[in-house]
Design a binder for this molecule. Structure first.
Ligand code: ZN
Length: 485
């Protein structure tokens, strides 16, 4: 038993006394202005905030802990409580630094800040592959990072096989043995990677070349070069990788709890530390259908226009997703609803039905209320977060009904925005809610036995917490002797 009075226990006890003491001091300041004689005459009962079993007919000190006594739920000259209302005098109101704001209707939005990573646009990648066996004679593109356009020459390959195939075509042409042989010889050359123009030149000029030049199929940047001068290459070898950086993708990791605010079609603003003062906007066009169980996040993809190549794959960006809230607390349409998109190419958004410009599939209408039909009452009743007391089970605000008259009001709110909650029920426009001093008010309500945050129905006596009165610990509590320090 001796060991209970350790330093830690003493510190905890001290902290309890200090916190309790200051609460009582504040309470006494709030309920000042009473003379002792008046108290005795009115039948006022006095109690200790730490020992509710103490009930004395006059003010003084608690016989157990010597703390100043406080009045039990009775009317006083300065702080009245009528029904479930509490009245504060101007002085008490000033002492508690009570501040209020009017509940107003306004546009509300939710902001989600996330970090994202710039990646290649996967649909704008190309590999340059050789289809013939041969030796690299000339490298036109001989370092990574070069920008190429469609049709730019990349590499020249010497190929004995090609020589033979071209001779076959010329022989077929000379022998006049039918166009079928000519066609098959032409086809072979085309399949090996010669362009139609190169084949036409051969037919016209009859000039055989033992070299084949590979050209770029897309506009892009050479991101990898796997070939060197004089190297031998086989069909299927990748010589270069190209990426078009005119648009890039940004991957965002969105937490489960924030996913409700992210929608297809939303415009998102991103910024990079490498480009101070600049912002890049992109549309959410893909939300991953699976959640990463390790990070509890879902991948969301943005497509960002990058014609100036400022965003570089691998860069980190910070992104802000803004979702306007509707009157029902749900996110507002993004503006793409009712337009048309391709099931395979969600980046395609067109105002009318038709076929996909990429794959010719029939476009489907994007579900949801079109932005043009957006309801006008997108203004929500909003209450500042500082006004809301949250017990975890319910949320409460204190409303100043008339000057100095306060009442506790239970409210239902929507999702929290940056500085406020949308009110779904409990308040009306023009209500004055307490944004400062509400914790103190709540303790006043509690002490007076009025309905408060943790005591929905109020209590019959002051300081309803019964721990002071409990002399025997509950059966589940460990006995002090069992503690081993
Ligand atoms: Zn398509």
């Amino acid at each position: 038993m001796k060991r209970i009075f350790t330093k830690r226990n003493l510190l905890i006890a001290l902290a309890v006394v200090i916190v309790g003491g200051s609460a009582v001091l504040l309470v006494n300041r709030l309920s000042n202005g009473r003379s002792d004689s008046a108290a005795a005459a009115s039948g006022q009962i006095w109690t200790c905030s730490m020992h509710p079993q103490v009930r004395l007919p006059k003010p003084g000190k608690c016989p157990i802990c010597s703390m100043p006594l406080i009045p039990v739920n009775q009317p006083s000259s300065t702080n009245q409580s009528s029904g479930s209302m509490l009245e504060l005098s101007d002085h008490a109101r000033a002492m508690a630094s009570v501040e209020t704001v009017l509940v107003q209707r306004r546009k509300m939005s939710r902001q989600i800040r996330v970090v994202g990573k710039v990646q290649y646009n996967e649909t704008a990648l190309a590999n340059i592959t050789t289809r013939v066996e041969g030796y690299v004679e000339r490298l036109f593109v001989d370092y990574t990072g070069i920008e190429v356009k469609p049709g730019d020459h990349l590499v020249e390959i010497y190929s004995p096989d090609l020589l033979v195939a071209q001779q076959e075509l010329l022989i077929a042409l000379e022998s006049q043995r039918g166009s079928a042989l000519v066609e098959s010889a032409k086809r072979k050359l085309l399949l090996w990677g010669l362009t139609q123009a190169q084949v036409d030149d051969l037919v016209r000029d009859k000039k055989i070349s033992d070299r084949i030049t590979l050209f770029s199929p897309i506009r892009g940047t050479v991101t990898e070069k796997m070939v060197v001068q004089k190297a031998m290459v086989k069909p299927g070898d990748i010589l270069y990788r190209l990426a078009n950086l005119e648009s890039v993708w940004v991957y965002l990791d969105i937490y489960e709890s924030e996913l409700a605010w992210v929608q297809y079609g939303q415009m998102v603003e991103t910024r990079s530390e490498a480009l101070p003062g600049e912002s890049f906007k992109g549309r959410v066009w893909f939300i991953s259908p699976v959640l990463n169980e390790e990070t509890r996040t879902v991948k969301v993809l943005l497509n960002i226009n990058n014609t100036e190549h400022k965003l570089k794959p691998g860069m980190y960006v910070s992104a802000v997703i803004r979702a306007e809230l509707l009157a029902n607390g749900k996110p507002a349409p993004t503006g793409v609803e009712g337009q048309w998109s391709c099931p395979m190419h969600p980046l395609v958004v067109l105002p009318q039905a038709g076929e996909c410009p990429v794959c010719k599939m029939a476009l489907v209408q994007i579900p949801g209320t079109p932005a043009s039909a957006k309801p006008v009452d997108d203004q929500l009743l909003s209450v500042p977060i500082t006004a809301v007391l949250d017990s975890g089970v319910r949320k409460l605000v204190y409303v100043e009904k008339s000057k100095g008259q306060f009442a506790a009001v239970e409210i239902v709110v929507g999702p929290r925005t940056d500085d406020s909650y949308p009110v779904l029920s409990g308040l009306s426009e023009g209500d004055k809610v307490v944004t400062r001093g509400n914790f103190l008010l709540d303790s006043q309500f509690q002490i007076r036995g009025l309905p408060s945050l943790f005591y929905k129905e109020g209590q019959a006596t002051a300081a309803g917490h019964q721990h002071g009165a409990a002399t025997t610990p509950p059966p589940t509590a460990p006995k002090p002797a069992e503690h081993k320090h």
